[in-house]
Write a protein that binds this ligand. Structure first.
Ligand code: GDP
Length: 434
């Protein structure tokens, strides 16, 4: 049974039931069965389901959602947390090296990636350097034709010569995708050849292609290839037909590699950039998941806001959620002016999405101590470190600190003004205390 179907069936059993410890224990057993049948590592399954049980029973459900939804949310969050970051394929000029053993779907994936970039308007060329499998290059040429992209190879069995010529194709093409040699198993000779190819091709990204059918072995392959040539990430094919997709996915993540793409069919369009959010949602097949998560997010933002207001104190973590919450309510400035607060600093009020993102990266680059004790962030050495961590200019971080301080002051003033606070409180449906 595929992983999604198993998970959905396990969760469906909760429908119409009172979710108590017995039901959660049963669910956890079902989840364990499904995951182990999907070739997920047993130790991981036990740890993961233990966390789900603990959280489900100890956390209070979000007001307004049912207990079943509460359980789905916990399962979803733990899935998403485990699977790591989303992959956003770069649209810059680039060279991509594809690696993988025979039969995993490497050539098909080369065609899929070519089609993906070509559909984004980039000029793409596929390069056949799988010199060991006799028909590999002819097959790749066919795939290039199907994807309506260019194709290149040399009539030689010298993969390094092909890679050297391919390196120069970057002068004429935006995306050069090199399909390297496969082998039936990973060995020293393959490692050497791939290293030589990589050293002349100078790829921006190196993706290992593994098949979901490999189950836990996919993680082992990822580690071997990563240790030998270094990987940007892993592309898992055959997620559509395999009963071992869960094992492949979890073992790749456990090996320390990132999942970048998922292949889910033989056609060229059957490729998705990996997005743990969308993937977890589709696995759980919970129709209202999006709405549920939005409710959860809103409630937690409102709680943060309420806390900040009640305390009259603000730290960086709260600051960020506050800005986000306000943005959803419409332009902060007009909301505040409606309340009679006219003298608010414009730069705090007119946060653009871009700035908000930059703020978020900066806050995420702060240590816990800095987030909780904003005074620390006045130190310029800390500002410099945070700027480096967030990939921002020091002056931008300085600006963030200044805006934060203005907001802190504003909050104090609002707190002093009981009348205004009450109006605010009414505006937000009594959510903000006074
Ligand atoms: P290579 O030896 O690694 O180059 O593998 P190929 O690209 O030739 O693919 C081997 C087989 O797997 C072919 O029959 C492909 O159609 C099939 N295949 C590749 N990717 C997928 C996928 O995501 N889903 C399914 N169902 N089949 C796939």
């Amino acid at each position: 049974m595929d992983l999604g179907k198993g998970l959905r069936q396990a969760l469906a059993k909760l429908s119409g039931r009172y979710v108590d410890e017995t039901a959660v224990t049963e669910l956890v057993k079902d989840l364990q069965r499904v995951l182990i049948a999907n070739d997920v590592n047993v130790r991981f399954v036990l740890e993961w389901t233990k966390k789900i049980k603990e959280r489900t029973l100890s956390e209070k459900p979000i007001p307004g959602v049912g207990l079943r939804e509460h359980v789905v949310k916990v399962v979803y969050e733990e899935l998403e947390k485990f699977m790591g970051q989303a992959h956003e394929p770069s649209l810059a000029k680039q060279r991509i090296l594809l690696l993988g053993l025979f039969g995993v779907g490497k050539s098909t994936s080369a065609g899929k990636i070519a089609r993906y970039y070509s559909s984004k308007g980039l000029k793409v060329i596929l390069v056949g350097a799988d010199v060991h499998r006799p028909a590999a290059r002819a097959q790749l040429q066919q795939l290039a034709d199907q994807a309506h992209v260019a194709f290149f190879t040399l009539e030689t069995n010298d993969a390094v010569a092909i890679a050297t010529a391919a390196r120069k194709l970057s002068d004429q093409y935006d995306v050069v995708i090199l399909d390297s040699a496969g082998r039936s198993a990973f060995d020293e000779e393959l490692a050497r050849e791939l290293k030589d190819v990589a050293s002349v091709f100078e790829p921006d990204s190196s993706f290992l292609v593994v098949s979901a059918d490999a189950g836990q072995v996919a993680g082992k392959q990822a580690k071997q290839f990563h240790d030998a040539v270094g990987l940007t990430g892993v592309l898992i094919t055959k997620m559509d037909g395999s009963g071992k997709g869960g094992g492949a996915l979890s073992s790749v993540v456990e090996s320390g590699s990132r999942i970048c793409f998922l292949g889910s069919g033989e056609k060229l369009q059957d490729l998705r950039a990996f997005d743990p959010h969308a993937f977890a949602a589709s696995l759980l097949g919970f129709p209202d998941l999006k709405e549920l998560l939005e409710t959860a997010k809103r409630v937690s933002e409102e709680e943060n806001l309420e806390k900040a207001w009640n305390d009259g104190k603000l730290d960086y973590a709260t600051f960020l959620s506050q800005l986000k919450a306000f943005k959803k309510m419409g332009p902060l400035k007009s909301v505040m002016q409606m309340m009679g607060a006219h003298d608010l600093p414009d730069d705090v009020m007119n946060q653009s999405e871009k700035k908000l993102k930059a703020f978020e990266s900066a806050v995420l680059s702060m240590t816990l101590a800095e987030r909780n004790n904003p005074a620390l962030m006045k130190e310029s050495s800390r500002q410099a470190r945070v700027a480096k961590g967030a990939g921002m200019k020091e002056s931008d971080v300085r600006e963030l600190v200044q805006q934060f301080e203005k907001t802190q002051k504003m909050l104090k003033d609002v707190k002093k003004n009981k009348g205004l606070l009450n109006k605010l409180s009414q505006q937000f449906g009594g959510k903000l205390g006074g």
